[in-house]
Design a protein around this ligand. Structure first.
Ligand SMILES: C[S@@+](CC[C@H](N)C(=O)[O-])C[C@H]1O[C@@H](n2cnc3c(N)ncnc32)[C@H](O)[C@@H]1O
Length: 372
């Protein structure tokens, strides 16, 4: 078994959760860094990480790491790699990446240098003047950080938050990886009542149900590495089969509701695609008039922020009325994400704890209330 370095980029604020997921699932050499987590393993382990990770954004296989403070060093470092062992004669190899705190700071220039180096190497090895690039995709991902280049191949393809179940979503939907992170932070395991009263397209409730029923997020989608010539054929199919056998199907005390009938329909459809529609309840309800459990239960939700949906005053009116409606629910834990820094004032309760999380580019806080 060849030990490789694998890297999982993730949303800022979720590094610890991704590291925990990897450790819990038996991966080795796990180390959290800013915006990503490293682990060690062979490519089969990389495939497994793709199928099971709920909070990570993708899995990169690191090919090389070398100092590169000039274009020449970058070119020579990339050209020296045995690309012909990985990329077939017809393979497509787009290049993307980023530069940070480095002398090489122009991303487009680094992209074209790397592309040129790979093209030169492959043209020489395949003895051809023209590479068709019509075959499987080998996405090259680079980073240049403090004058050190890292060159990776992206095993994942479409990001991991694209589980395949959310073909339709409302305008202000959150990423599946962020919803899964909120569920993990709340330590929800399917035993107590869970309510998302602003469910939109259902992401939080569906992720909670999948986690509680041991449904792996990658079992209903495909990955770029499945088409790589040097990967064991069938490795992803075997993983999907293995994990699907471990899924459970049972009714859970999960309620997803929204005031908008179109969102209710969308949530039902998405839950059906995720295989959890018969495990949870979905209905139309006004979150500001609902009765919440008093003794025991958890609300995990993403109400309107006043950015993509409603204006800030309308959003704050919702927080005020929601706070009033939930007052007295002593045993109800609440995990509410919003970008409004004045949320606590309007909701009328100081959070026990706050955690900074990013919903795409929007900086948010997860306000956590452990008691009513
Ligand atoms: C930010 S979106 C939720 C997105 C959701 N987390 C998802 O992933 O799709 C907020 C949702 O709150 C709903 N909403 C607004 N006012 C409401 C109310 N009074 N009661 C229930 N739902 C409401 C909207 O219809 C919208 O779907």
């Amino acid at each position: 078994m060849k030990i490789e370095q694998l890297i999982v980029p993730c949303l800022m604020g979720t590094e610890g959760l991704v590291a925990d997921e990897l450790k819990y699932n038996g991966f080795e050499g796990v180390a959290a860094e800013n915006g990503r987590v490293r682990f060690a393993g062979d490519l089969a382990e990389g495939a497994r990480a793709n199928v099971i990770l709920r909070c990570g954004e993708r899995v990169l296989w690191q090919l090389a790491r070398f100092p590169a403070d000039t274009f020449e060093a970058l070119f020579q470092g990339v050209r020296a790699l045995p690309w012909e062992e990985w990329i077939g004669k017809d393979g497509a190899f787009p290049v993307r990446g980023h530069c940070l705190d480095s002398r090489l700071h122009s991303v487009p220039s680094c992209q074209s240098i790397i592309k040129k180096a790979v093209v030169e190497r492959l043209r020489e090895k395949y003895n051809t003047a023209w590479l068709e690039e019509t075959g499987p995709k080998y996405q090259i991902q680079f980073s240049i950080n403090r004058d050190v280049a890292e060159i990776c191949l992206d095993m994942t393809g479409a990001p991991l938050y694209k589980r395949g179940y959310k073909q339709e979503s409302n305008v202000a939907t959150i990423r599946e990886t962020l919803a899964a992170s909120m569920v993990k932070i709340a330590r929800y395991r399917g035993r107590e009542d869970l309510i998302d009263p602003f469910c939109g397209s259902g992401t939080i409730a569906i992720e909670a149900a999948m986690a509680a029923l041991n449904i792996m997020p990658g079992v209903r989608r495909s990955f770029d590495a499945e088409n790589w010539a040097f990967m064991d054929k069938g490795i992803f199919d075997d993983l999907r089969e293995e994990y699907r056998e471990q899924e459970r199907h049972e009714k859970l005390p999960i309620l997803a509701s929204d005031i908008d009938p179109a969102c209710v329909e969308m949530t039902r459809e998405n839950a059906r695609r995720a295989g959890v529609d018969d495990c949870m309840e979905v209905r139309r309800a006004d979150a500001l008039k609902m009765q919440y459990p008093i003794e025991r239960g958890v609300v995990i939700t993403n109400p309107p922020y006043g950015q993509r949906m409603l204006d800030i005053e309308q959003a704050r009116r919702i927080y005020r009325l929601l706070g009033r409606q939930m007052r007295g629910c002593e045993g109800l834990k609440k995990y509410i994400i919003t970008s409004d820094e004045e949320f606590e004032t309007h909701f009328g309760m100081k959070a026990d704890k706050k955690r900074k999380l990013y919903n795409g580019m929007i900086r948010c806080d997860l306000y956590m209330y452990f008691r009513g």
